[in-house]
Write a protein that binds this ligand. Sequence first.
Ligand SMILES: Nc1ncnc2c1ncn2[C@@H]1O[C@H](COP(=O)(O)OP(=O)(O)OP(=O)(O)O)[C@@H](O)[C@H]1O
Ligand SMILES: [Mg+2]
Length: 233
Amino acid sequence: MNKDDFILRAEGVYKSYRMGATEVKVLKGVDLTVKSGEFVAIVGASGSGKSTLLHILGALDSPDKGVVAFDGRDLRRFGGGELNRFRNKMVGFVFQFYHLLDELSVLENVFLPVMVSRSVVGWLFGGRKRARKRAKELLAQLGLGERANHKPYQLSGGERQRVAIGRALMNEPRLLLVDEPTGNLDSATGNGILDVFEELNRAGQTIVMVSHDERIAQRAGRIITLTDGRIKN
Ligand SMILES: Nc1ncnc2c1ncn2[C@@H]1O[C@H](COP(=O)(O)OP(=O)(O)OP(=O)(O)O)[C@@H](O)[C@H]1O
Ligand SMILES: [Mg+2]
């Protein structure tokens, strides 16, 4: 396989945080590749740098050194507009703490990414209707068809995570990046969320999920381990 055939490739990624006089070296040369259609889990202890790595892979943060390439294109070469497009359209993020907006309804939370990526004019003329339709379909698929007009704070943790998954899928991202999706859920609810990811992956969705929990990672097609700032084996 040519190295440009991977949907995602990280090579020699380094990241440190400076805390006063001390430097915390978190990532020390991470290499990884993900093929289109894969469901990869990255496991590692708490504090091993999983969230740091995920943010770098989704261009929410930049590495001190090293390359991250999407479809063979080095993210460092992306201009500002391209980078925004990448963050908003190419990748979808699911976070441990959902990050939903309590002032908005469930439906509005799901179509928010479309709202921010369109011009006001495009949004008012046509965009809004289509976005609402897609958001409603996603909510129905996620078993939340009856909850569209509720506010996030009226939902359970598992339901909130489903809303967050809907939001991440709204723009049909090529890559779904998932950070500890079941960290705040009981195991039955967590399993339900993992079922959603499995089903998405069966339908072709590429997923990279980080978790400290090896059992959760078992649900992925491939597990890689982050330890001492590098990918083991
Ligand atoms: N903005 C920051 N400033 C300083 N240190 C940070 C910052 N973000 C993360 N760190 C440090 O980097 C290390 C890795 O953090 P990170 O959140 O990536 O770990 P993690 O593997 O996701 O942990 P968890 O499983 O608990 O979520 C930790 O020691 C953390 O304290
Ligand atoms: Mg984390």
